[in-house]
Design a protein. Structure first.
Length: 366
């Protein structure tokens, strides 16, 4: 018998919203919590851009996590970064706890300007707040013809045990590369752990276990249960490669912490306690190497060869990183931006508390 309940309908057709309405809600929630309006607008826009490419764990979903940070002073509401060191090609900034989306837009603009002049530029950033979805940020530079690498860690966070251990020590330590191609940017976005903290929270919030053993309980047993991170003693997220090849993810995590903390001269040594982000950003201008035209020719050729590769399943052809994001953006523009029910529930509570009205979903397509 077919389930025709409203819940089943939502499962089949997720709710979609008009972009401007979601942006306005996100901005107004941040402003209501004390964030300066021009900074709130940047954060809100990048969050909605993230939802538009289908990364719903790092879009509007982050607002309920940011609002308490603004309320308790852990996210700075105004001001700007400090320049700790400037050697033209390399720089160190202190983000002063400002919203990471805001800090990163300034950092990208600075590094792209330097790279256009010098061929490349790199920056280590300490004490920013959470910077969100890395693909959303690398895409900004890739659309302007640059190669962009971003890695980030949180020196206050302990979610991932080193391979062979059971005690949380590292953060998931994501890293991403974005670079131009003729059709759309290639967006490689991954992390040193099997999954992210946001995805763990999503599974806890929805009561769903993971499909595979992505977690490690405090006794060192692999499990699908995301709730092990809330036990005493605390369980952890497995490094990329899991119980079999987790040494690879562990090594990757150490690399990210070196780039983001050691180069920034600030990290676990200082024992920070508030949620934040250290960042390593590098921008390269293909024009300063073999030229953008030759670069794009090589990228396009390899992309085409990958997509033409005989698939394991004919119904699921080989994709290039960024293909799914480009398709999601097209669908978002045509049909509206998807917001999962779990996110809507939490954002609705925030809107109610702030006295703001939730936008009305768009009619279901078809």
């Amino acid at each position: 018998m077919t389930d025709t309940s409203p819940h089943a309908a939502r499962e089949a057709a997720p709710q979609r919203f008009e972009r401007t309405a979601l942006f306005t809600l996100a901005r107004d929630l941040l402003v209501h919590a004390g964030l300066e309006a021009h900074i709130a607008a940047v954060v809100a826009d990048l969050l909605i851009q993230t939802d538009e490419i289908g990364v719903t764990t790092h879009g509007l979903s982050m607002i309920p996590y940011y609002l308490p940070e603004l309320a308790n002073g852990n996210m700075t509401t105004h001001g700007t970064h400090d320049v700790v060191a400037d050697h033209k090609v390399t720089m160190v900034w202190d983000g002063n706890g400002l919203p990471g989306h805001w800090v990163m837009t300034q950092a990208l603009a600075t590094c792209m300007e330097r790279a256009a002049d010098l061929g490349m530029a790199a920056m280590a950033i300490r004490r920013s707040h959470h910077i969100g979805c890395l693909s959303t940020l690398t895409r900004i530079a890739a659309l302007k013809g640059f190669v962009c690498y971003i890695a980030t860690s949180d020196p206050s966070g302990e979610w991932v045990a080193p391979f062979g251990g059971t005690e949380p020590l590292l953060t998931p330590n994501p890293w991403a590369v974005g670079y131009p191609a003729t059709d759309h940017p290639v967006l490689i976005d991954t992390c040193a752990s099997i999954t992210t903290v946001s995805k763990v929270r999503e599974h806890i919030n929805t009561g769903r276990p993971f499909a595979n053993d992505w977690m490690l309980d405090a006794q060192g047993r692999a499990t699908t249960d995301p709730n092990v991170v809330n036990t005493t003693p605390k369980g952890t997220i497995l490094p990329a490669g899991g119980m079999d090849h987790g040494h690879k993810g562990y090594a990757m995590g150490l690399m990210v912490e070196m780039l983001t903390q050691a180069l920034a001269a600030h990290g676990r040594v200082e024992k920070p306690t508030r949620w934040g982000a250290n960042v390593f950003l590098q921008i390269m201008d293909p024009q300063a190497f073999g030229g953008l035209e030759a670069f794009t020719s090589q990228v396009d050729h390899l992309n085409a060869a990958c997509r033409a590769n005989t698939p394991v399943d004919a119904a699921r052809p080989v994709r290039v990183p960024g293909d799914r994001a480009a398709m999601a953006r097209r669908q978002s523009a045509r049909l509206g931006v998807v917001v999962p029910d779990e996110v809507l529930t939490r954002v609705q509570a925030c809107a109610d508390a702030a006295g703001l009205t939730m936008p009305t979903p768009l009619p279901s397509p078809g």
